[in-house]
Design a protein around this ligand. Structure first.
Ligand code: FES
Length: 360
């Protein structure tokens, strides 16, 4: 049976709106509104994205899932309604979260999905509303919203309602400027608790690292820390980075600052900036070449070596790897002097040339 939570119609929706209001008040008191450099377009994408997702896209997907379920498999409607609520909640959340992990990861590794997820990373400040900043189509294709529709059809409305509340607290909390975990890191005695906590749930430090502009700071990893609610998937699939620190620069390297209409409505509306990845006819060219570059470094100098072969600033990373499975290699010069860096990307000892370009 699809009974409302605690017998109150739409209680989960009210609680989610309550969580959003709670974080908005916290951020306001913490000086977020006065300190923000957000443009009108940023606000529209973030607050508008939240409203469209909550009141149009999610209800639409749940309606379609119900319609398809009733038409194609009517016998299984409410099939799990009498099972243990905790069991349904656990299964719902784990499947939801692993789906979101892979969808998010594919959003970074495949060019088309990247163009839809890219607005999320164009935010140059964190804040709870950043959670809702993606192209509209990104949400329409999001497998775990469809999963919500399926679970409700199967009779798991209560589990979805409770799960949605728990998810919102973690997700909004990990994007918020109110970094609730920061105080935990100050006390050594809390270390065991913090260790367990961050290895299960996504903390602000863990997620901020994903929004950091570049790996060069030693904290950020925009091509890692993909988790949504649980950090277990990142640990399982080798993409976790725990530093307990917060990057100072958030956003994208070489962001062309697209108009919000193109960011939100892509591919229906394209960017008018020719250098943008969402401009008409834009293509990432391969920039590999069969000759190394001699570079001069100072001892301890840090740099990011391009491994994707698309940077316009070879042999260094310029952020063009987004939308591919590659990420740059973080390097630190051991001594002052010259080094021969590989440009063909065939070297077996990156970043250095090992003459593999002769096979090029
Ligand atoms: S541009 Fe970053 S790895 Fe190639």
């Amino acid at each position: 049976m699809n009974e409302p939570l605690f017998g109150i119609e739409n209680l989960d929706g009210y609680i989610v709106i309550g969580i959003v209001l709670f974080f908005s008040l916290l951020e306001t008191f913490a000086g977020y509104l006065t300190a923000t450099k957000r443009t009108f377009g940023d606000w529209i994408q973030e607050a508008g994205g939240f409203l469209v997702l909550s009141f149009i896209i999610k209800p639409f997907i749940v309606f379609i899932a119900f319609f398809l379920g009733k038409s194609l498999i009517p016998n299984v409607q409410n099939a799990v309604a009498n099972l243990n609520l905790f069991l349904i909640l656990l299964v719902y959340l784990l499947i939801d979260d692993v789906l979101q992990y892979w969808y998010h990861r594919f959003g970074h590794e495949y060019q088309f999905l990247w163009t839809l997820h890219r607005p999320h990373h164009q935010a140059e400040e964190m804040g709870f509303f950043v959670s809702y900043r993606n192209a509209g189509l990104y949400y329409l294709l999001m497998p775990n919203i469809w999963w919500v529709g399926i679970v409700i059809f199967l009779g798991g409305l209560k589990a979805v309602a409770i799960g949605l509340i728990a998810k919102q607290i973690i997700i909004i909390g990990s994007h918020s400027t109110v970094r609730w975990d920061e105080s935990l890191y100050k006390y050594k005695s809390l270390n065991p608790l913090t260790f367990v906590l961050e290895r299960i749930f996504i903390t602000p430090a863990f997620h901020y690292a994903h929004h950091g502009k570049s790996m060069i700071d030693g904290i950020s990893d925009p091509n890692g820390n993909y988790g949504n609610m649980f950090s277990i998937w990142d640990q399982l699939f080798g993409t976790a980075k725990f530093t307990r620190q917060f990057p100072t620069e958030i956003g994208l390297v070489n962001d062309p600052k697209d108009n919000w209409t193109a960011s939100y409505f892509y591919p229906l509306i394209k960017s008018d900036k020719p250098e943008s990845e969402i401009a008409r006819g834009f293509q990432k060219e391969k920039t590999v070449k069969a000759e190394p570059t001699i570079c001069e470094f100072k001892e301890s100098e840090k740099y990011l070596y391009c491994r994707c072969g698309r940077s316009k600033n070879q042999p260094f990373c310029d952020g063009s790897h987004h939308g591919t499975k590659f990420k740059p290699l973080f390097c630190e010069a051991k001594r002052t002097g010259k080094a021969k860096l590989c440009n063909c990307k065939l070297t077996k000892s990156p970043p250095f040339c090992d003459n593999s370009h002769k096979e090029f």
